[in-house]
Design a protein around this ligand. Structure first.
Ligand code: GCU
Length: 668
């Protein structure tokens, strides 16, 4: 395991060292001070001519950190357990919070400003996270592989055991907590045999070691569990949630876990989903299944994240009455109010599966009395697999800003998941993370920005996207000339739309190679059991989800459903998600669908060429390693984009027989 990490936003050297000394006082006895001390030595110290840390205010210090109580100061606005205030008073800088986690985040804020060159006494902030949970989910397996991982092997596991590389784990914990992430799972939602045993005595000491380390950075550790554990590791003959023996078994198990890990967060469960076991096998509901586990966790303050990714993955493609998009809502909306108060439903952002473009899940907004979080995908399963550049915060921002009309106009997804619009039932955000053991953490160095942006938006969904992108680039590449950073930011900012333009059109999704999901295969999923079809024929394409079709539109609050129902008001980018239309249908852009498909696919490739040209124009200003790293990725992206362009264009030319208006090359 390598610990010599390449630069990221937290570790880059200063390009303009400061002229001050840092005399830091940590006032009080917060255990978090040990972490802050380490962060200061590892990251802040290199910016100052000299650094000294004391554990009380000697009167000489220029930066003072402590809780309102330890400093004997009157607390100003209540910013909660994770909020903080930074201000200058009597020529010194104060970082003050209610509780220690606030001090940690306050220190990271200070560090950021130091990196960006802000004069000490000009640093000022008053911050409080919008979301309770700002979580990530690892899909790591104990053999060291990572499901949908594109950044090397697992950070936590190898060869059936834990890597236990303390330096690496600390660097990782810093990376996560520096952007405000406060919870994580370490193992895949598909819990196989080995990982089922993570909750047993065999592995609890290792889990406890990790949990303790992460806790030092304000990160709560959770585990994904196998619903059938009472059978597979408990030796019972059932996992029926209403059987007393099953409930008792879980209670004992949970008691043992908290015995070794008092800070343990709880479980994440993928049940009755893609062949994973669940309560359906026993004729029980998801509320029965979840509540039994939640009850075992309750005495210790634990939470149960229960995933809503439940659908028929053995669909017959001939069956036109089943629409996978309906599934999460159909399963969970009727159970609203039936879940225990420490159950948190985990809802994928879209009704299908992390496509480059899909509608927002109508289940968000439908739950009025059930706790829930939104689940995003930082790892780029369907969005270029960290080969193609695809900066996702613009997609997430669109989702978060989406007006569900759930409580009338202006009920955004951000308001719902943060709990602001539903009396606290929204519990925040979680996301499948994109990190691994690669030197740069994320495979493509630019993909670090997706993790950075996720943390920023989870903390504050209202933050300006451009500011996030610029801040990431300024912190990560302080040594590059401003114009080069500007190029990087502008590539990042349009990369999602570029990726969309050369892949599946107008919200239809998939068209990827089955299994690994990289590269084009228009009919790869057309006759599969996964419920993922585009229904192209010689007349047209798209999925009819209107009232005449699957009636999926009726899962939305009005007027959202009607807006999608109506061809005139359905947004172009989602047209084929909601409608089956002829190739000659005219979009609101004025183009026909077929011409849009041709244009966007030709354009997409040109845009990737423009990325490469821009990168080449900076060749002299870039360090060789960074230049090469990105260039190699761009070349692979271009080859991918060309393949997508040609397969999609040829497919639809052959289907429709309609020529490209501009006479460009389409292979016959
Ligand atoms: C997708 C993905 C799987 C994953 C699943 C999930 O289908 O391809 O690898 O297990 O989502 O979210 O559970």
């Amino acid at each position: 395991v390598t610990t010599d990490r390449e630069a990221c936003w937290l570790t880059t050297e200063s390009s303009k060292p400061r002229t001050e000394k840092l005399l830091l006082s940590l006032v009080g006895d917060a255990p978090m001070f040990a972490t802050i001390r380490r962060l200061c030595q590892n990251h802040a110290a290199k910016f100052f001519v000299e650094t000294a840390i004391t554990d009380r205010d000697t009167g000489k210090s220029n930066v003072i950190i402590g809780t309102w109580t330890s400093l004997g100061k009157e607390s100003t606005p209540n910013l909660g357990s994770e909020g903080y205030t930074i201000f200058s008073e009597e020529g010194r800088l104060w970082i003050v919070a209610e509780e220690e986690r606030g001090l940690l985040y306050g220190f990271y804020h200070f560090l950021k400003e130091i990196q960006l060159g802000t004069p000490l006494l000009e640093i000022s902030a008053q911050e409080k996270p919008a979301n309770v949970f700002r979580m990530i989910n690892h899909w790591d397996n104990m053999d060291g592989s990572v499901e949908r991982g594109y950044a090397g092997r697992s950070l936590f596991f190898e060869g059936g055991s834990f890597t236990k590389d303390e330096d690496c784990m600390r660097s990782y914990a810093e990376l996560l907590s520096s952007v405000g992430i406060n919870a994580l799972t370490i193992n895949n939602v598909n819990v196989h045999e080995q990982e089922s045993a993570l909750i047993t005595n065999r592995w609890l000491p290792e889990v406890a070691w990790l949990a303790k380390l992460f806790q030092e950075y304000g990160l709560t550790l959770f585990l994904s569990i196998n619903y059938a554990s009472p059978i597979t590791i408990g030796g019972l003959d059932t996992a029926d949630p209403l059987e007393t023996s099953v409930a008792d078994w879980w209670e004992r198990q949970v008691e043992r876990i908290y015995g070794s890990i008092p800070s343990f967060g709880g479980f994440v469960v993928k049940a009755d989903s893609e062949h994973r076991p669940g309560p359906f096998s026993y004729g029980r509901t998801h509320a029965d299944g979840a509540n039994m586990l939640a009850k075992a966790l309750k005495p210790y303050g634990g939470h149960l994240f229960w995933r809503c990714f439940v659908y028929d993955c053995l669909q017959d493609w001939r069956d036109r009455s089943t629409d996978r998009a309906r599934a999460a809502y159909d399963h969970f909306a009727p159970l609203d109010g039936a879940f225990a108060d420490n159950v948190i439903l985990q809802i994928k952002s879209g009704p299908m599966d992390f496509q480059v473009r899909e509608a927002v899940s109508p289940l968000i907004g439908a739950l009025k009395q059930t706790k829930h979080v939104i689940e995003l995908q930082i790892t780029q399963e369907y969005t270029g697999q960290q080969i193609d550049v695809c900066y996702l915060p613009p997609q997430w921002k669109e989702i978060l800003d989406f007006d569900t009309h759930a409580n009338g106009k202006d009920t955004t997804v951000a308001d719902l998941v943060s709990g602001r619009a539903n009396g606290g039932f929204g519990q925040g955000m979680t996301a499948v993370v994109n990190t691994g053991r690669d030197e740069n953490w994320t495979g493509h160095s630019f993909a670090q920005a997706n993790l950075y942006g996720y943390g920023q938006l989870a903390w504050n969904p209202k933050r300006c996207l451009h500011a996030i992108a610029e801040e990431w680039a300024d912190r990560t590449y302080p040594y590059l000339p401003k114009n080069v950073r500007k190029t990087i930011v502008s590539i990042q900012e349009c990369s999602w739309i570029v990726y969309e333009s050369y892949t599946s059109p107008l919200g239809i999704g998939w068209m990827v190679n089955p299994g690994h999901h990289y590269g084009p295969n228009v009919n790869g999923y057309e006759f599969s059991p996964w419920g993922t079809y585009h229904f192209s024929d010689r007349n047209g394409l798209g999925v009819d989800r209107t009232r005449k079709g699957s009636n999926y539109v009726s899962q939305y609050a009005e007027p959202v459903g009607s807006r999608y129902e109506n061809l005139q008001t359905c947004p172009d980018e989602l047209l084929l998600f909601f409608h089956h239309v002829p190739y000659t249908h005219v979009l609101t852009s004025g183009k026909t669908v077929i011409q849009h498909i041709y244009d966007s696919h030709f354009d997409g490739v040109e845009q990737v060429k423009a990325f490469i040209a821009a990168w080449e124009s900076h060749k002299q200003e870039l360090p060789e390693a960074l230049y090469q790293h990105v260039r190699v990725k761009f070349d692979a992206q271009l080859a991918n984009a060309v393949e997508w362009r040609d397969q999609v264009n040829t497919y639809y030319y052959r289907m429709s027989g309609i020529e490209d208006k501009h006479g460009r090359t389409i292979y016959r």
